[in-house]
Write a protein that binds this ligand. Sequence first.
Ligand SMILES: Cc1cc2nc3c(=O)[nH]c(=O)nc-3n(C[C@H](O)[C@H](O)[C@H](O)COP(=O)(O)O)c2cc1C
Length: 312
Amino acid sequence: MSNATTEFDPKAFRRALGNFATGITVITATTPDGKRAGVTANSFNSVSLEPPLILWSIGKNSGSCEIFEKASHFAVNVLAADQIDVSNHFARPSDDKFADVDFQDGLGGAALLPDCAATFQCEAYETLDGGDHWILVGKVVAFEDAGRAPLVYHQGSYSVVMPHSRFPAKKDNEPAAIERLKSRFQDNLYYLMVQAVRAYQADYAPLQLSTGLRTSEARMLMVLQETPQLCRKDLLKEVNMPEAEVDNAAEILQRKGLVSLEDDCYRITQQGEDQAEALWDLSRQEQDKMFADFSDEEVATFKKVLKQLAGR
Ligand SMILES: Cc1cc2nc3c(=O)[nH]c(=O)nc-3n(C[C@H](O)[C@H](O)[C@H](O)COP(=O)(O)O)c2cc1C
């Protein structure tokens, strides 16, 4: 472990924090005179069951601070996997974030967004000083649990939850009942697909990291290779990342000399082309290795099935 130090690079610190995967929420509030706030936040966390308390933190320079300060209640809308647009919308400063948004008024007028994974309506309970953020503690007075698959945030990219493998590798002395249970799972195609993706990922991730690029940076470079010049707003549509993170990743690619920025448009450099080709080579090598035991015909059928399922 490296030595504790009080002087460190804030960007590196933020990047390291990004290893802690979180959900994403939009936290809303309304003042008694009707001013609304809605802020995308991944700092939400549970605190206490008795009394039921939760917390989140808001940057002290956020334009929404005053509204949360004056509001009697706030609502935590836990976003579902298909609500990336909602996350991006409420992460962007705007005079009226609610202009074209569907919502209902909850307690204290805090907006409740439709189709979320869960909603927690809270009374403002306590505000604590947390450096450059205010920590807002809320007492939950009502909640709804829709149980939809959540939107996840990890290393600056939007992600989805995949169940972890249920069983460790087979041991010789396993009881027959476990074997039987396993065999039922072995017939379940969803279970098998998840297992296969996990195995593939575990094998491929170290290879990709050895290039010095994170998945989000590698993906961005490969997108730029497909479309040699992409304006920032088009790049935002192509990668599943919040705006600020796209800018961070693009800055890293620029610093490495892989991408250049002119007139708000990104262009891949020759060095970037070479790096992107190296990434494609790695992914081909991995594919050849993982599918080495199958004929071309079997791989073609597998591809056809996957494409059809993905396009449903
Ligand atoms: C994934 C994600 C998580 C965020 N988490 C927080 C957070 O926990 N606290 C916060 O103050 N801002 C957070 N932000 C940034 C705010 O959403 C953004 O600064 C704010 O909505 C801008 O609008 P405002 O002018 O109302 O502050 C996050 C943004 C994203 C994309």
